[in-house]
Design a protein around this ligand. Structure first.
Ligand SMILES: [Zn+2]
Length: 270
């Protein structure tokens, strides 16, 4: 059994502020260590449940956060940027299950450091009419390859968002958000226990999980935060302008729509 892990930082217990998530932040070093520990807990749970191969993709910011010198020897780490599939680089149809560790809720949904891909430019994203955050956007890439997401970890807003989209998912709440920049956090030892148990439970229940898929063709709609950003996104070939803040793109399948979405977001930052 092959297990894929996409690891973000905002949903890790103890992380509540940009000082921890930005590589220039004064608390970034501690956050990287906390992230590495929670990812290792998910790896341990996967191995305990029978995984023969665990691939971890570092998915936050520079995508060079996880401390490889401390990574569980049973895993392989993808580190660095410029990856076509971004937060889900490495996934393909040879995997049986995916975990999203340290994830956060979509922009505006509440919870610690909620945002969707780019806090500076993205207001909302819809896929075939469904409002989605990073969980849905990336779960549908996994779904394109036939891989179900069976574990997510983060705060209670992330858990609710994931359960709504994927009722079969095991959602481990390692913290309870009390605002955008605060949360009641479990100490790392306890958070890691819960993540490890959740990972093993998720793989034991794999039979009731299914890949998250959407019908074809696939229309992604992207609402930016200002009209200049929408002007930038509209330069991507094939884009329709919906209104001064919103653009859309229709692809033959989800992978094409996803790649267009990520490109439009990159072009909006001008
Ligand atoms: Zn992140």
């Amino acid at each position: 059994m092959k297990v894929f892990i996409s690891a973000d930082l905002e949903g890790i217990s103890g992380v509540v502020h940009n000082d921890q998530t930005s590589s220039e932040g004064k608390d970034y070093g501690r956050a990287r260590s906390l992230m590495t520990g929670e990812v290792n807990a998910a790896v341990e749970g996967a191995l305990a449940a029978g995984a023969s191969y665990v691939l971890v993709n570092d998915s936050h910011g520079s995508m060079r956060n996880i401390l490889i010198e401390d990574v569980h020897p049973g895993a392989v780490l993808i580190t660095g940027t410029g990856k076509p599939l971004q937060m889900v680089q490495g996934i393909d149809s040879s995997f049986q299950a995916a975990f999203f560790v340290g994830y956060h809720a979509r922009m505006g949904a509440g919870g610690v450091l909620n945002h969707t891909i780019s806090g500076a430019s993205v207001a909302n994203i819809w896929v075939n009419g469904t409002l989605v955050g990073e969980t849905g956007i990336n779960a549908m890439v996994a779904g394109y390859y036939g891989v179900p997401v069976v574990l997510v970890t983060g705060d209670q807003y992330l858990a609710a968002e994931a359960r709504q989209l994927m009722p079969w998912v095991n959602a481990v709440e390692v913290k309870q958000a009390t605002g955008r920049y605060s949360a009641a956090c479990l100490p790392p030892a306890r958070a890691r226990e819960l993540v490890k148990e959740g990972a093993a439970r998720a793989l034991a229940g794999l039979g009731s999980a299914r890949p998250l898929v959407t019908g074809s063709p696939v229309t992604v709609k992207l609402q930016l935060r200002d009209t200049g950003q929408a002007d930038g996104a509209a330069r991507f070939p094939g884009v329709m302008v919906v209104d001064p803040l919103t653009v859309s793109y229709t692809g033959r399948d989800y992978l094409e729509a996803f790649r267009a979405l990520r490109s439009m977001i990159a072009m909006s930052a001008t």
